[in-house]
Design a protein around this ligand. Sequence first.
Ligand code: HEC
Length: 182
Amino acid sequence: MRKMIAGISVVLLVACDSTGDGNETLAQANASGNAASATLENRVQQSDATPLQKEQALALMEQRHESYEKIGDAMTVISRQLKAENPGLGQVRTAAATITELAPQVPSWFPAGTGPDIGKTEARAEIWQKPEDFAAKAQAFREAATAFNTAAQGADLASIRSAHANLGKSCKGCHDLYREEE
Ligand code: HEC
């Protein structure tokens, strides 16, 4: 199942990612040399001709949901620690690493055909109507995540807290416009 989902992501990256990040991911996927590679190439070729299948779209939307849950859980851990008098920096760093790893993938989670007209999602249709602005929000998030990760490597709580506040703003900056709050 995991390999299948990875294959789907690669197809979508090739089809839809214009930031250049998708190419890295594709290169990594191809370099991994596992048995799925041949299948991946077939899928990539097919994707030029056939639109995203509904089944694939729903699988991707489910994966997107899970990835955001990971980001949300990591932020909860960080917020809890930073409110404490003696924050556990080990936990903060682990959570920062999770967010930093996922942040560059965000643009690849929103190929055309994974919006509210396809299935249950909190992603708003505006994402596909204003792709450049959405990409800018994703980029701001990526930069804030990197800055937070850097601050978290140190032990200066004031810097870590300030970088955390900026990171939180980058979540909100996107959610306010592009996520349907339930
Ligand atoms: C570039 C836009 C963007 C950024 C930046 C962003 N999000 Fe989101 N987030 C979304 C969208 C869109 C959804 C809805 C996804 C869906 O339902 O398919 C979402 C969903 C979520 C969810 C709910 C999971 C779900 O699918 O129900 C959580 C939790 C979450 N985001 C946390 C965060 C946190 C924490 C940050 C910052 C550290 C963040 N997000 C940054 C766009 C963004």
